[in-house]
Design a binder for this molecule. Structure first.
Ligand SMILES: *[C@@H]1O[C@H](CO)[C@@H](O)[C@H](O)[C@H]1NC(C)=O
Ligand SMILES: *[C@@H]1O[C@H](CO)[C@@H](O)[C@H](O)[C@H]1NC(C)=O
Ligand SMILES: *[C@@H]1O[C@H](CO)[C@@H](O)[C@H](O)[C@H]1NC(C)=O
Ligand SMILES: *[C@@H]1O[C@H](CO)[C@@H](O)[C@H](O)[C@H]1NC(C)=O
Ligand SMILES: *[C@@H]1O[C@H](CO)[C@@H](O)[C@H](O)[C@H]1NC(C)=O
Ligand SMILES: *[C@@H]1O[C@H](CO)[C@@H](O)[C@H](O)[C@H]1NC(C)=O
Ligand SMILES: *[C@@H]1O[C@H](CO)[C@@H](O)[C@H](O)[C@H]1NC(C)=O
Length: 411
Protein backbone atom coordinates (compact mmCIF):
# COMPACT_ATOMS: atom_id res chain seq x y z
CA UNK A 1 0.00 0.00 0.00
CA UNK A 2 1.42 3.31 -0.91
CA UNK A 3 -0.29 5.45 1.63
CA UNK A 4 2.62 7.83 1.55
CA UNK A 5 2.52 8.12 -2.18
CA UNK A 6 -1.19 8.64 -2.18
CA UNK A 7 -0.80 11.30 0.44
CA UNK A 8 1.97 12.94 -1.52
CA UNK A 9 -0.37 12.97 -4.46
CA UNK A 10 -2.53 15.45 -2.65
CA UNK A 11 0.30 17.87 -3.42
CA UNK A 12 0.07 16.96 -7.10
CA UNK A 13 -3.42 18.33 -7.17
CA UNK A 14 -2.25 21.91 -6.95
CA UNK A 15 0.08 21.75 -9.93
CA UNK A 16 -0.85 22.18 -13.56
CA UNK A 17 -2.00 18.93 -15.15
CA UNK A 18 0.89 18.73 -17.63
CA UNK A 19 3.44 18.14 -14.91
CA UNK A 20 1.39 15.55 -13.13
CA UNK A 21 2.92 12.50 -14.73
CA UNK A 22 6.43 13.79 -14.26
CA UNK A 23 5.70 14.52 -10.61
CA UNK A 24 4.19 11.14 -9.94
CA UNK A 25 7.19 9.55 -11.55
CA UNK A 26 9.65 11.54 -9.53
CA UNK A 27 7.85 10.48 -6.34
CA UNK A 28 8.14 6.93 -7.54
CA UNK A 29 11.86 7.36 -8.08
CA UNK A 30 12.29 8.63 -4.56
CA UNK A 31 10.39 5.92 -2.79
CA UNK A 32 13.45 3.76 -3.02
CA UNK A 33 12.10 0.30 -3.59
CA UNK A 34 14.24 -1.69 -5.96
CA UNK A 35 14.15 -5.45 -5.58
CA UNK A 36 17.62 -6.83 -5.94
CA UNK A 37 18.66 -8.12 -9.30
CA UNK A 38 15.51 -7.01 -11.09
CA UNK A 39 15.00 -3.92 -13.08
CA UNK A 40 12.49 -1.52 -11.68
CA UNK A 41 10.48 -0.15 -14.57
CA UNK A 42 10.43 3.21 -12.85
CA UNK A 43 14.22 3.28 -12.88
CA UNK A 44 14.44 2.30 -16.49
CA UNK A 45 15.73 5.18 -18.59
CA UNK A 46 14.12 4.18 -21.84
CA UNK A 47 10.83 4.00 -19.98
CA UNK A 48 11.06 7.43 -18.39
CA UNK A 49 12.11 8.97 -21.68
CA UNK A 50 9.03 7.51 -23.27
CA UNK A 51 6.88 8.87 -20.48
CA UNK A 52 8.46 12.31 -20.81
CA UNK A 53 7.69 12.10 -24.49
CA UNK A 54 4.08 11.15 -23.81
CA UNK A 55 3.66 13.84 -21.23
CA UNK A 56 4.23 16.37 -23.98
CA UNK A 57 1.23 15.09 -25.88
CA UNK A 58 -1.47 17.34 -24.63
CA UNK A 59 -4.30 15.29 -26.08
CA UNK A 60 -3.94 12.63 -23.44
CA UNK A 61 -4.78 14.94 -20.62
CA UNK A 62 -7.98 16.50 -21.77
CA UNK A 63 -11.17 14.98 -20.41
CA UNK A 64 -12.70 16.14 -23.69
CA UNK A 65 -10.74 13.78 -25.96
CA UNK A 66 -11.85 10.24 -26.72
CA UNK A 67 -14.99 10.37 -24.63
CA UNK A 68 -16.05 7.19 -26.42
CA UNK A 69 -13.48 5.15 -24.57
CA UNK A 70 -15.63 5.29 -21.46
CA UNK A 71 -18.21 3.21 -23.31
CA UNK A 72 -16.84 -0.28 -22.94
CA UNK A 73 -16.64 -2.83 -25.69
CA UNK A 74 -15.55 -5.67 -23.39
CA UNK A 75 -17.82 -7.35 -20.86
CA UNK A 76 -16.85 -7.41 -17.18
CA UNK A 77 -15.52 -10.59 -15.59
CA UNK A 78 -17.73 -11.58 -12.67
CA UNK A 79 -16.43 -15.04 -11.84
CA UNK A 80 -13.26 -14.48 -9.87
CA UNK A 81 -11.03 -16.62 -7.69
CA UNK A 82 -8.62 -14.66 -5.54
CA UNK A 83 -5.97 -16.82 -3.91
CA UNK A 84 -5.49 -14.80 -0.74
CA UNK A 85 -1.88 -14.78 0.40
CA UNK A 86 -0.80 -13.66 3.90
CA UNK A 87 0.56 -10.21 4.85
CA UNK A 88 0.63 -9.03 1.26
CA UNK A 89 -2.08 -6.36 1.08
CA UNK A 90 -4.58 -9.11 0.31
CA UNK A 91 -7.24 -7.78 2.72
CA UNK A 92 -7.45 -4.61 0.67
CA UNK A 93 -7.93 -6.66 -2.50
CA UNK A 94 -10.54 -8.72 -0.63
CA UNK A 95 -12.41 -5.50 0.17
CA UNK A 96 -12.51 -4.64 -3.53
CA UNK A 97 -13.92 -8.08 -4.36
CA UNK A 98 -16.50 -7.94 -1.57
CA UNK A 99 -17.72 -4.54 -2.77
CA UNK A 100 -17.87 -5.70 -6.36
CA UNK A 101 -19.90 -8.78 -5.46
CA UNK A 102 -22.30 -6.81 -3.27
CA UNK A 103 -22.86 -4.08 -5.87
CA UNK A 104 -23.36 -6.64 -8.66
CA UNK A 105 -25.39 -9.10 -6.57
CA UNK A 106 -23.01 -12.06 -6.97
CA UNK A 107 -22.62 -15.24 -4.92
CA UNK A 108 -19.60 -15.67 -2.67
CA UNK A 109 -17.85 -18.91 -1.79
CA UNK A 110 -17.62 -18.26 1.99
CA UNK A 111 -15.94 -20.41 4.64
CA UNK A 112 -18.31 -22.91 6.21
CA UNK A 113 -17.22 -22.58 9.81
CA UNK A 114 -18.82 -21.73 13.08
CA UNK A 115 -18.76 -17.98 13.56
CA UNK A 116 -15.93 -16.96 15.92
CA UNK A 117 -14.32 -20.38 15.86
CA UNK A 118 -10.53 -20.21 15.41
CA UNK A 119 -9.67 -19.23 11.83
CA UNK A 120 -13.32 -19.02 10.77
CA UNK A 121 -12.32 -16.61 8.02
CA UNK A 122 -10.11 -19.30 6.48
CA UNK A 123 -11.72 -21.72 4.01
CA UNK A 124 -9.04 -24.38 4.19
CA UNK A 125 -5.55 -24.63 5.60
CA UNK A 126 -2.33 -26.25 4.48
CA UNK A 127 -2.82 -30.01 4.51
CA UNK A 128 -6.58 -29.72 3.95
CA UNK A 129 -7.80 -30.31 0.42
CA UNK A 130 -10.52 -27.87 -0.56
CA UNK A 131 -13.91 -29.51 -1.09
CA UNK A 132 -17.51 -28.21 -1.10
CA UNK A 133 -17.86 -29.11 2.56
CA UNK A 134 -15.54 -26.20 3.40
CA UNK A 135 -17.82 -23.74 1.58
CA UNK A 136 -21.05 -22.25 2.89
CA UNK A 137 -23.76 -23.82 0.72
CA UNK A 138 -25.85 -21.97 -1.87
CA UNK A 139 -29.50 -22.51 -2.81
CA UNK A 140 -30.05 -25.34 -5.31
CA UNK A 141 -29.02 -24.46 -8.87
CA UNK A 142 -26.91 -21.41 -8.02
CA UNK A 143 -23.20 -21.04 -8.68
CA UNK A 144 -20.38 -19.38 -6.79
CA UNK A 145 -18.98 -16.27 -8.48
CA UNK A 146 -16.31 -14.93 -6.14
CA UNK A 147 -13.92 -16.67 -3.75
CA UNK A 148 -11.63 -14.41 -1.73
CA UNK A 149 -10.99 -16.02 1.68
CA UNK A 150 -7.77 -17.88 2.49
CA UNK A 151 -7.54 -21.31 0.88
CA UNK A 152 -4.39 -23.05 -0.30
CA UNK A 153 -4.42 -23.14 -4.10
CA UNK A 154 -5.03 -26.52 -5.72
CA UNK A 155 -5.85 -26.36 -9.42
CA UNK A 156 -8.16 -29.39 -9.52
CA UNK A 157 -9.93 -28.72 -6.24
CA UNK A 158 -10.63 -25.04 -7.03
CA UNK A 159 -12.06 -25.94 -10.42
CA UNK A 160 -14.53 -28.31 -8.79
CA UNK A 161 -16.00 -25.34 -6.91
CA UNK A 162 -15.61 -22.25 -9.06
CA UNK A 163 -17.15 -21.73 -12.54
CA UNK A 164 -15.21 -22.86 -15.56
CA UNK A 165 -14.58 -19.32 -16.76
CA UNK A 166 -13.44 -17.98 -13.36
CA UNK A 167 -10.47 -15.63 -13.59
CA UNK A 168 -7.66 -16.51 -11.15
CA UNK A 169 -5.75 -13.71 -9.48
CA UNK A 170 -3.39 -13.35 -6.53
CA UNK A 171 -0.91 -10.93 -4.97
CA UNK A 172 2.71 -11.32 -3.86
CA UNK A 173 4.99 -9.16 -1.76
CA UNK A 174 8.76 -8.76 -1.50
CA UNK A 175 9.59 -11.77 0.77
CA UNK A 176 11.70 -9.99 3.39
CA UNK A 177 9.01 -7.39 4.03
CA UNK A 178 6.35 -10.07 4.01
CA UNK A 179 8.35 -12.02 6.60
CA UNK A 180 8.83 -9.01 8.90
CA UNK A 181 5.14 -8.23 8.66
CA UNK A 182 4.24 -11.86 9.56
CA UNK A 183 6.75 -11.90 12.39
CA UNK A 184 5.17 -8.83 13.94
CA UNK A 185 1.59 -9.79 13.21
CA UNK A 186 1.79 -13.32 14.61
CA UNK A 187 3.91 -12.16 17.56
CA UNK A 188 6.68 -14.67 16.87
CA UNK A 189 8.77 -12.82 19.49
CA UNK A 190 6.54 -14.18 22.28
CA UNK A 191 7.10 -17.77 21.20
CA UNK A 192 10.84 -17.17 21.02
CA UNK A 193 11.01 -15.88 24.57
CA UNK A 194 9.10 -18.98 25.71
CA UNK A 195 11.71 -21.17 24.04
CA UNK A 196 14.61 -19.04 25.21
CA UNK A 197 13.77 -16.78 28.23
CA UNK A 198 17.15 -15.03 28.13
CA UNK A 199 16.01 -13.34 24.90
CA UNK A 200 13.57 -11.13 26.81
CA UNK A 201 15.84 -8.08 26.45
CA UNK A 202 17.29 -8.79 23.01
CA UNK A 203 17.31 -5.71 20.79
CA UNK A 204 16.35 -7.34 17.51
CA UNK A 205 14.62 -10.69 17.82
CA UNK A 206 14.06 -10.86 14.09
CA UNK A 207 17.83 -11.03 13.49
CA UNK A 208 18.11 -13.63 16.25
CA UNK A 209 15.38 -15.68 14.62
CA UNK A 210 17.01 -15.47 11.21
CA UNK A 211 20.41 -16.45 12.61
CA UNK A 212 19.09 -19.71 14.09
CA UNK A 213 15.65 -20.50 12.69
CA UNK A 214 15.94 -24.20 13.55
CA UNK A 215 15.90 -23.32 17.21
CA UNK A 216 12.41 -21.81 16.90
CA UNK A 217 10.93 -23.43 13.85
CA UNK A 218 12.08 -27.01 13.98
CA UNK A 219 14.49 -28.52 11.48
CA UNK A 220 11.86 -30.29 9.42
CA UNK A 221 9.46 -27.38 8.91
CA UNK A 222 9.42 -26.44 5.23
CA UNK A 223 6.52 -24.00 5.33
CA UNK A 224 5.17 -21.78 8.09
CA UNK A 225 3.95 -18.21 8.65
CA UNK A 226 7.62 -17.21 8.64
CA UNK A 227 8.92 -19.57 5.99
CA UNK A 228 7.87 -19.81 2.33
CA UNK A 229 4.35 -18.71 3.23
CA UNK A 230 3.62 -17.10 -0.13
CA UNK A 231 4.68 -20.28 -1.94
CA UNK A 232 2.60 -22.38 0.44
CA UNK A 233 -0.51 -20.27 -0.18
CA UNK A 234 -0.06 -20.88 -3.90
CA UNK A 235 0.09 -24.62 -3.38
CA UNK A 236 3.81 -25.32 -3.54
CA UNK A 237 4.68 -28.39 -1.48
CA UNK A 238 7.39 -30.73 -0.33
CA UNK A 239 8.18 -31.94 -3.83
CA UNK A 240 8.82 -28.42 -5.10
CA UNK A 241 10.83 -27.63 -1.97
CA UNK A 242 13.46 -30.24 -2.71
CA UNK A 243 13.39 -30.49 -6.49
CA UNK A 244 14.11 -27.43 -8.61
CA UNK A 245 12.72 -28.96 -11.78
CA UNK A 246 9.47 -29.69 -10.03
CA UNK A 247 9.53 -26.14 -8.68
CA UNK A 248 9.94 -24.65 -12.14
CA UNK A 249 7.19 -26.85 -13.61
CA UNK A 250 4.79 -25.82 -10.88
CA UNK A 251 5.80 -22.17 -11.29
CA UNK A 252 4.90 -22.27 -14.96
CA UNK A 253 1.58 -23.97 -14.21
CA UNK A 254 0.78 -21.08 -11.83
CA UNK A 255 1.72 -18.63 -14.56
CA UNK A 256 -0.71 -20.37 -16.92
CA UNK A 257 -3.53 -20.59 -14.39
CA UNK A 258 -3.43 -16.99 -13.18
CA UNK A 259 -4.52 -14.11 -15.33
CA UNK A 260 -2.78 -11.63 -13.05
CA UNK A 261 -0.28 -11.94 -10.23
CA UNK A 262 -0.31 -8.55 -8.55
CA UNK A 263 2.67 -7.12 -6.70
CA UNK A 264 2.17 -5.16 -3.48
CA UNK A 265 5.14 -2.90 -4.19
CA UNK A 266 3.20 -1.76 -7.28
CA UNK A 267 -0.22 -1.80 -5.74
CA UNK A 268 -1.89 0.94 -7.79
CA UNK A 269 -0.35 -0.37 -11.00
CA UNK A 270 -1.60 -3.84 -10.05
CA UNK A 271 -5.15 -2.63 -9.53
CA UNK A 272 -5.16 -0.74 -12.78
CA UNK A 273 -3.96 -3.83 -14.65
CA UNK A 274 -6.70 -5.73 -12.83
CA UNK A 275 -9.27 -3.20 -14.02
CA UNK A 276 -8.13 -3.72 -17.59
CA UNK A 277 -7.93 -7.51 -17.35
CA UNK A 278 -11.40 -7.77 -15.81
CA UNK A 279 -12.97 -4.96 -17.82
CA UNK A 280 -13.95 -3.15 -14.64
CA UNK A 281 -14.19 0.57 -13.83
CA UNK A 282 -12.06 2.93 -11.75
CA UNK A 283 -14.86 3.03 -9.23
CA UNK A 284 -14.61 -0.76 -8.81
CA UNK A 285 -10.92 -0.62 -7.86
CA UNK A 286 -11.01 2.24 -5.33
CA UNK A 287 -9.52 1.40 -1.96
CA UNK A 288 -8.51 2.66 1.44
CA UNK A 289 -5.61 0.56 2.84
CA UNK A 290 -6.84 -2.11 5.31
CA UNK A 291 -5.20 -4.32 7.92
CA UNK A 292 -1.97 -2.37 7.50
CA UNK A 293 0.38 -2.04 10.44
CA UNK A 294 0.49 1.65 11.33
CA UNK A 295 2.80 1.56 14.34
CA UNK A 296 5.84 0.23 12.54
CA UNK A 297 9.07 -0.48 14.42
CA UNK A 298 12.09 0.77 12.52
CA UNK A 299 14.26 -2.33 12.43
CA UNK A 300 17.89 -2.16 11.42
CA UNK A 301 18.63 -5.19 9.32
CA UNK A 302 22.03 -6.23 8.06
CA UNK A 303 23.08 -7.86 4.82
CA UNK A 304 23.47 -11.07 6.85
CA UNK A 305 19.82 -10.92 7.96
CA UNK A 306 18.79 -10.67 4.32
CA UNK A 307 21.06 -13.55 3.31
CA UNK A 308 19.74 -15.69 6.16
CA UNK A 309 16.20 -14.99 5.11
CA UNK A 310 16.89 -15.80 1.48
CA UNK A 311 18.24 -19.17 2.61
CA UNK A 312 15.26 -19.76 4.89
CA UNK A 313 12.56 -18.87 2.36
CA UNK A 314 14.18 -19.75 -0.94
CA UNK A 315 10.88 -20.66 -2.60
CA UNK A 316 9.32 -17.28 -1.82
CA UNK A 317 12.27 -15.47 -3.40
CA UNK A 318 12.18 -17.57 -6.55
CA UNK A 319 8.40 -17.13 -6.75
CA UNK A 320 8.45 -13.39 -6.17
CA UNK A 321 11.35 -12.67 -8.46
CA UNK A 322 9.73 -14.60 -11.26
CA UNK A 323 6.38 -12.85 -10.99
CA UNK A 324 7.95 -9.45 -10.45
CA UNK A 325 9.63 -9.92 -13.81
CA UNK A 326 6.37 -11.00 -15.43
CA UNK A 327 4.65 -8.00 -13.88
CA UNK A 328 7.19 -5.38 -14.91
CA UNK A 329 7.18 -6.78 -18.43
CA UNK A 330 3.42 -6.40 -18.49
CA UNK A 331 3.79 -2.81 -17.34
CA UNK A 332 6.39 -2.01 -19.95
CA UNK A 333 4.09 -3.25 -22.66
CA UNK A 334 1.38 -0.76 -21.65
CA UNK A 335 0.75 2.21 -23.88
CA UNK A 336 0.99 5.84 -22.78
CA UNK A 337 -2.64 5.97 -21.78
CA UNK A 338 -2.04 3.44 -19.01
CA UNK A 339 0.37 5.70 -17.15
CA UNK A 340 -1.82 8.72 -17.55
CA UNK A 341 -4.75 6.74 -16.26
CA UNK A 342 -2.54 5.65 -13.36
CA UNK A 343 -1.81 9.19 -12.27
CA UNK A 344 -5.49 10.03 -12.65
CA UNK A 345 -6.44 6.98 -10.55
CA UNK A 346 -4.00 8.03 -7.83
CA UNK A 347 -5.50 11.50 -7.70
CA UNK A 348 -8.98 10.06 -7.45
CA UNK A 349 -7.73 7.82 -4.61
CA UNK A 350 -6.23 10.79 -2.79
CA UNK A 351 -9.52 12.66 -3.13
CA UNK A 352 -11.54 9.65 -1.95
CA UNK A 353 -9.32 9.07 1.10
CA UNK A 354 -9.48 12.73 2.01
CA UNK A 355 -13.23 13.09 1.65
CA UNK A 356 -13.96 9.81 3.48
CA UNK A 357 -11.74 10.98 6.34
CA UNK A 358 -13.55 14.30 6.43
CA UNK A 359 -16.95 12.59 6.28
CA UNK A 360 -17.70 14.57 3.12
CA UNK A 361 -19.50 13.56 -0.04
CA UNK A 362 -17.29 13.49 -3.14
CA UNK A 363 -18.29 13.89 -6.74
CA UNK A 364 -15.64 12.59 -9.14
CA UNK A 365 -16.13 14.18 -12.54
CA UNK A 366 -16.21 12.23 -15.76
CA UNK A 367 -12.98 11.82 -17.74
CA UNK A 368 -11.72 9.67 -20.60
CA UNK A 369 -11.21 6.95 -18.03
CA UNK A 370 -14.35 7.11 -15.95
CA UNK A 371 -17.96 8.18 -15.93
CA UNK A 372 -18.82 10.68 -13.19
CA UNK A 373 -19.64 9.08 -9.83
CA UNK A 374 -20.34 9.98 -6.22
CA UNK A 375 -18.60 8.60 -3.14
CA UNK A 376 -20.95 9.10 -0.19
CA UNK A 377 -20.67 7.99 3.44
CA UNK A 378 -22.21 4.60 2.65
CA UNK A 379 -19.52 4.01 0.02
CA UNK A 380 -16.84 5.15 2.51
CA UNK A 381 -18.13 2.56 4.99
CA UNK A 382 -17.85 -0.14 2.34
CA UNK A 383 -14.33 1.01 1.46
CA UNK A 384 -13.30 0.66 5.11
CA UNK A 385 -15.00 -2.71 5.60
CA UNK A 386 -12.58 -5.31 7.02
CA UNK A 387 -12.66 -8.94 5.95
CA UNK A 388 -14.37 -9.86 9.23
CA UNK A 389 -17.10 -7.22 9.07
CA UNK A 390 -17.48 -8.00 5.38
CA UNK A 391 -17.97 -11.68 6.19
CA UNK A 392 -20.61 -10.75 8.73
CA UNK A 393 -22.46 -8.76 6.08
CA UNK A 394 -22.06 -11.48 3.46
CA UNK A 395 -23.34 -14.20 5.81
CA UNK A 396 -26.42 -12.10 6.57
CA UNK A 397 -26.92 -11.61 2.86
CA UNK A 398 -26.65 -15.39 2.39
CA UNK A 399 -29.29 -15.95 5.07
CA UNK A 400 -27.01 -17.06 7.88
CA UNK A 401 -28.14 -15.77 11.25
CA UNK A 402 -25.65 -16.82 13.92
CA UNK A 403 -22.91 -14.29 13.30
CA UNK A 404 -22.10 -12.09 16.26
CA UNK A 405 -18.86 -10.42 15.42
CA UNK A 406 -15.43 -10.93 16.92
CA UNK A 407 -12.71 -8.63 15.57
CA UNK A 408 -9.96 -10.25 17.61
CA UNK A 409 -9.71 -13.09 15.12
CA UNK A 410 -6.75 -13.07 12.78
CA UNK A 411 -7.48 -11.85 9.27
C1 LIG B 1 -9.37 4.91 -27.09
O1 LIG B 1 -9.61 3.67 -27.70
C2 LIG B 1 -8.94 3.49 -28.93
C3 LIG B 1 -9.39 2.18 -29.55
O2 LIG B 1 -9.29 1.12 -28.63
C4 LIG B 1 -7.42 3.52 -28.65
O3 LIG B 1 -6.70 3.37 -29.85
C5 LIG B 1 -7.07 4.85 -28.01
O4 LIG B 1 -5.68 4.84 -27.66
C6 LIG B 1 -7.89 5.06 -26.76
N1 LIG B 1 -7.59 6.38 -26.22
C7 LIG B 1 -7.57 6.64 -24.94
C8 LIG B 1 -7.22 8.02 -24.54
O5 LIG B 1 -7.83 5.79 -24.12
C1 LIG C 1 -20.18 -17.08 -14.22
O1 LIG C 1 -20.30 -18.47 -14.16
C2 LIG C 1 -21.64 -18.94 -14.30
C3 LIG C 1 -21.63 -20.43 -14.07
O2 LIG C 1 -20.78 -21.09 -14.94
C4 LIG C 1 -22.16 -18.54 -15.67
O3 LIG C 1 -23.51 -18.96 -15.78
C5 LIG C 1 -22.07 -17.03 -15.82
O4 LIG C 1 -22.45 -16.65 -17.11
C6 LIG C 1 -20.66 -16.56 -15.55
N1 LIG C 1 -20.64 -15.09 -15.54
C7 LIG C 1 -19.81 -14.37 -16.27
C8 LIG C 1 -19.97 -12.88 -16.19
O5 LIG C 1 -18.96 -14.87 -16.98
C1 LIG D 1 -5.71 -31.36 -5.00
O1 LIG D 1 -7.08 -31.64 -5.13
C2 LIG D 1 -7.35 -32.91 -5.69
C3 LIG D 1 -8.85 -32.99 -5.92
O2 LIG D 1 -9.53 -32.84 -4.71
C4 LIG D 1 -6.79 -34.00 -4.80
O3 LIG D 1 -7.02 -35.26 -5.35
C5 LIG D 1 -5.29 -33.78 -4.63
O4 LIG D 1 -4.74 -34.69 -3.72
C6 LIG D 1 -5.01 -32.37 -4.14
N1 LIG D 1 -3.57 -32.12 -4.14
C7 LIG D 1 -2.90 -31.74 -3.08
C8 LIG D 1 -1.45 -31.52 -3.27
O5 LIG D 1 -3.41 -31.57 -2.00
C1 LIG E 1 16.09 -7.61 31.26
O1 LIG E 1 16.06 -6.22 31.62
C2 LIG E 1 15.48 -5.97 32.88
C3 LIG E 1 15.33 -4.45 33.07
O2 LIG E 1 16.49 -3.79 32.61
C4 LIG E 1 16.36 -6.62 33.97
O3 LIG E 1 15.80 -6.40 35.24
C5 LIG E 1 16.43 -8.11 33.69
O4 LIG E 1 17.30 -8.73 34.61
C6 LIG E 1 16.90 -8.41 32.28
N1 LIG E 1 16.74 -9.83 32.03
C7 LIG E 1 17.66 -10.59 31.42
C8 LIG E 1 17.35 -12.07 31.28
O5 LIG E 1 18.69 -10.14 30.98
C1 LIG F 1 17.59 1.43 14.41
O1 LIG F 1 18.56 2.48 14.34
C2 LIG F 1 18.05 3.75 14.73
C3 LIG F 1 19.14 4.78 14.48
O2 LIG F 1 20.37 4.29 14.86
C4 LIG F 1 17.63 3.69 16.21
O3 LIG F 1 17.08 4.93 16.62
C5 LIG F 1 16.57 2.62 16.38
O4 LIG F 1 16.22 2.47 17.74
C6 LIG F 1 17.09 1.28 15.85
N1 LIG F 1 15.98 0.32 15.90
C7 LIG F 1 16.04 -0.85 16.52
C8 LIG F 1 14.80 -1.69 16.51
O5 LIG F 1 17.04 -1.24 17.08
C1 LIG G 1 -9.53 16.05 -6.67
O1 LIG G 1 -10.05 17.11 -5.89
C2 LIG G 1 -9.60 18.39 -6.29
C3 LIG G 1 -10.10 19.41 -5.26
O2 LIG G 1 -11.49 19.28 -5.09
C4 LIG G 1 -10.12 18.67 -7.70
O3 LIG G 1 -9.68 19.94 -8.14
C5 LIG G 1 -9.58 17.61 -8.64
O4 LIG G 1 -10.11 17.76 -9.94
C6 LIG G 1 -9.93 16.22 -8.13
N1 LIG G 1 -9.22 15.25 -8.96
C7 LIG G 1 -9.78 14.13 -9.42
C8 LIG G 1 -8.95 13.31 -10.32
O5 LIG G 1 -10.90 13.79 -9.12
C1 LIG H 1 -13.20 -13.73 20.20
O1 LIG H 1 -12.28 -14.71 19.70
C2 LIG H 1 -11.20 -14.97 20.58
C3 LIG H 1 -10.23 -15.90 19.87
O2 LIG H 1 -10.91 -17.01 19.31
C4 LIG H 1 -11.77 -15.55 21.88
O3 LIG H 1 -10.71 -15.76 22.78
C5 LIG H 1 -12.75 -14.54 22.51
O4 LIG H 1 -13.35 -15.09 23.64
C6 LIG H 1 -13.84 -14.17 21.49
N1 LIG H 1 -14.66 -13.10 22.04
C7 LIG H 1 -15.98 -13.11 21.96
C8 LIG H 1 -16.69 -11.90 22.51
O5 LIG H 1 -16.61 -14.02 21.45
Amino acid sequence: MRMTRTQKCICCLVVVPLSVVILVLSHALQDGFSPKGYQDYRHDNSMSETIHHWSGQQGYFGPKTNKDNVTKTCSPAQNITFVKTHKTGSSTVANILMRYGIVNDLNFALPNKKWNSPGFNIISRAGEVLTKKYIYPLPEGEEYNILFNHAIYNRTAFRMIMPENAVYITILREPFRQFVSSFEYYRIDRGMVQVEPSLINASNLISTYLASPNLFLGKTTLFSYTKNKEAEDLGFGKEQFFNSESFLNYLSSIENDFKLVMILEYFDESLLLLKHELCWTIRDILYIPLNANNKKTVWNFTEVDHENHRRLSHLDYALYEHFLKVFTQKLKSQGPDFFLELSHFQMVLANVTESCEAGARLTVSGTVWNKPFVVDSHECDLLRMSVISGLELLYKRAGRTDNSRNESVIV
